[in-house]
Design a binder for this molecule. Structure first.
Ligand code: BGC
Length: 762
């Protein structure tokens, strides 16, 4: 059966549709447009009026549009190489240019973890969750730049990243690709990532607009497992068709406007306004019944009219666009990776019937062309494919820094850091210590320079200790090895991918691994209390054994340099500083969407409409820690939580206007970096405008030597104090008393002060 499904999908990708591919492949830097006239004022573009770089991008676009025939414009509205998208070769999507006007083919690439380029090796960065846990704008910028540099040296122009969907459902198969459950944090990291990438001359394509918050559940056997990790064509290892219940292509995310504005849109808004992102990828799902890729509200009213987006919108691949007319009229510029709805025939029919007018076509094509002009794509030749010019060592170092700063120490009874001098034997348990651990789907990359935890720990322990390895497949054997060792390091992982959500949050999910990893941890820690568990997971997992172990690290999918980063933290060469960008609940039942299938995974839609399932976002703004705080539910590990090998004291809160200052002191014996966090409690302007107890509104990393103090300064803007007023259809500051809190994490806020705003009283 698997084979049949695979064959059908491959056939879908490969037959007929490939025939419409007109890709001319990459051009080398010496190639020129075939009919380029001589004496050009712009060697790559040509001697055409629209190539005059002294004109504005808008002027050049108008000239070019005037030159293009209608047929040519229609061709530009869809990609041209469906097979390449799945294979990642020659790129993750190709859109042919129009040579006679000096417009080259545009090459697209994934993605948030690193470049997906067929079988080629690229730097495997830690999953963006690690970047989220690092709370580091600087690393976000460096990572964006490093990824874009490789994107470019593999000959691509656009990168489908970053992913800024806010985590709503912890089992979502793509949590690992995001920056976590807080919109403020996601926005603050997305912007420097985009800026770093675009400074390399690559267009960032922020995704998935909006609310691609679930892939869907596979369902009950015999379906579950049937399509699991189905190897498809080339680099993508899970087909996009697996989420049968509440699946991403079929589900409508039903959300009220305030929640949309306060939770799900801020990272996109920041990407557009502060990041000046060049492209936006519209999502597979529907939003309030409208396909995201033809939603007038999302694409026109918010993205263009309110935020002033000047780039172009392109669809997620194959199934995001659901029609021709609405998509064209409401603002979807480019269908990828090929035209199913934006075919010349369908577009011509829409024009003939008057449902779409030619000025709309000009807008769609104009948005794309203007962006290509603005980002210099028109004025250069295609980037040559020259990966030999990539400085993989520098990128590896960035990946390592992210893994080090993004790893979160969740528990330590004092065993960590390991003292190599006093250990004679170390047991490494779990097969995930011995391989590259990553998420599946379009973010899967082939690491250029992998160092596994097993290798790195062996190296670090050197001759001082005997390091023995057991793959953990037999818990009894693993426990025997643990009992015979001074310390046991147990590596466990989850199995997350685009295309389907995890079946449950635990490490003993049936069908997830074929192995009960909770049982493994229990057996090993019973045999040796000096057990440290290292999670390499894409999202939160349940940790029912957490009080029975000596130490717990969350390393996420740590990328190609995860091994040395984990070893560095275990042995104390690196003082852990990461903090959780998502809440770890005690039980799956504690999650905001638990126990009601209408919230997740969704229920079938009975009324006629495009979507087949609908998911009610009835928890509203109470997403992530906002929910646990408001409900008074104790999490296993709170948002923003993370330990260190030193300790920090907070003192001296000062508030002056919108500037908040606090002093942080390293009260321990090691140098370390603390991530100080500022949360705000807003007054509820009306009974039906529920405000969560706390919202993250600031964070600062500060490096401190033992005994050292430093001020952390947070600048709050008007938006920090605002709520989305559905009556005014705008942001508004409610008159009242606001509580400012600064501290170590969302549940440990020792410094607090009330301030009044908008004429309110405290
Ligand atoms: C994913 C996108 C990705 C695209 C191209 C889709 O399945 O949802 O995130 O950029 O494939 O690989």
């Amino acid at each position: 059966m698997k084979l049949i499904v695979k064959a059908l999908f491959a056939a879908f990708l490969g037959t007929g549709l490939v025939a419409c591919s007109g890709s001319d492949g990459r051009q080398s830097s010496s190639q020129q447009p075939a009919d380029e006239p001589g004496g050009s004022n712009n060697a790559a573009c040509g001697d055409f009026a629209w190539c005059d770089s002294s004109l504005s991008a808008a002027q050049r676009t108008a000239l070019l549009l005037n030159e293009l025939t209608l047929d040519e414009k229609l061709q530009l509205m869809a990609g041209d190489d469906p097979a390449s998208a799945a294979a990642g070769e020659p790129a993750v999507g190709v859109a042919n240019g129009i040579k006679r006007v000096g417009l080259d083919t545009v090459f697209y690439s994934d993605g948030p973890v690193g470049v997906r380029q067929g079988a080629s090796v690229t730097t495997a960065h830690p999953a963006p969750m690690a970047l989220g846990a690092s709370f580091s704008r600087q690393l976000a910028r460096q990572t964006g730049a490093a990824v874009a540099d490789e994107v470019k040296h593999y000959g691509n122009d656009v990168v489908h990243a970053p992913t800024v969907d806010v985590v709503r459902v912890l089992v979502h198969g793509r949590v690992f690709e995001t920056y976590g459950e807080d919109p403020f944090l996601a926005a603050k990291l997305a912007v420097p990532w985009i800026q770093g990438a675009q400074a390399q001359g690559v267009i960032a394509n922020v995704k998935h607009y909006a609310m691609n918050n679930q892939e869907g559940q596979v369902g009950v056997p015999p379906f579950s497992g049937l399509l699991d990790d189905l190897p498809l064509v080339g680099g993508i290892d899970v087909p996009p068709l697996t989420g049968l219940i509440g699946g991403r292509f079929l589900v409508s995310a039903n959300v009220e406007e305030r929640t949309l504005r306060e939770i799900y849109l801020p990272p996109f808004e920041a990407a557009v306004i502060a990041g000046n992102v060049g492209a936006v990828m519209c999502a597979y799902n529907y939003v309030n019944g409208d396909p995201a890729c033809s939603s007038k509200h999302l694409l026109q009213e918010i993205l263009r009219d309110e935020w002033g987006f000047d780039g172009y919108v392109l669809t997620d691949y194959y199934f995001a666009q659901k029609d021709t007319v609405k998509s064209a009229n409401n603002g979807n510029d480019l269908e990828m990776p090929f035209g199913l709805h934006y075919t010349p025939a369908l577009l011509n029919a829409a024009l003939l019937s008057g449902q779409v007018v030619e000025s709309i076509i000009d807008q769609r094509v104009g948005n794309q062309l203007r962006t290509l002009v603005k980002f210099g794509v028109m004025d250069r030749d295609n980037y040559p494919e020259d990966p030999e010019n990539i400085d993989f060592a520098v990128h590896h170092a960035i990946a390592r820094a992210t893994a080090e700063r993004g790893t979160v120490l969740l528990r330590n009874n004092g065993l960590l850091p390991l003292d190599v001098g006093s250990l004679s034997s170390i047991a490494i348990i779990g097969e995930s210590a011995n391989r590259y651990v990553n998420g599946g789907g379009s973010s899967a990359v082939n690491p250029a320079n992998l160092v596994t935890p097993r290798t790195a720990i062996n190296e670090r322990a050197g001759a001082a200790a005997t390091v023995r390895y057991n793959d953990g497949s037999n818990a009894n054997n693993a426990a025997r090895l643990a009992a015979a060792s001074d310390v046991a390091l147990v590596f466990v992982t989850d199995n997350a991918s685009e295309g389907q959500d995890r079946l449950c949050l635990s490490l003993s999910c049936p069908l997830d691994f074929g192995q009960d990893q909770d049982d493994l941890i229990r057996a090993v820690s019973a045999a040796n209390p000096d057990t440290v568990v290292i999670l390499q997971t894409g999202s939160a997992v349940l940790t029912p054994w957490r009080n029975q172990i000596a130490g717990l690290l969350e390393a996420w999918y740590p990328g190609e340099a995860g091994g040395p980063a984990i070893a560095g933290i275990l042995f104390g060469d690196v003082n852990p500083s990461g903090k959780l960008p998502i809440t770890f609940p005690v039980s799956e039942n504690d999650t905001p969407y638990a126990n009601d299938p209408r919230q997740y995974p969704g229920v079938p839609v009975s009324a006629a409409g495009g979507s087949v399932f609908q998911t009610e976002y009835s928890e509203g703004v109470l997403v992530g820690y906002r929910w646990y705080d408001q409900q008074g539910i104790e999490p296993a590990y709170a948002f923003g939580f993370g330990l260190s090998y030193t300790t920090y004291a907070y003192s001296d809160l000062r508030v002056s206007g919108n500037t908040v200052t606090a002093t942080v002191t390293n009260t321990g014996t090691r140098a370390g970096t603390e991530i100080a966090q500022l949360y705000l409690a807003l007054p509820a302007p009306a009974v039906d405008v529920i405000q969560p107890p706390w919202k993250l509104k600031g964070f600062q990393r500060t490096r401190l030597t033992p005994g050292q103090s430093a001020d952390v300064v947070f600048n709050l803007n008007k938006r920090a104090f605002s709520f989305w007023d559905i009556n005014a259809n705008d942001w508004r500051v409610a008159p009242g008393c606001y509580r400012i809190a600064v501290g170590r994490h969302s549940r440990d806020l020792p410094l607090q002060r009330n301030v009044s705003r908008a004429g309110g009283d405290c």
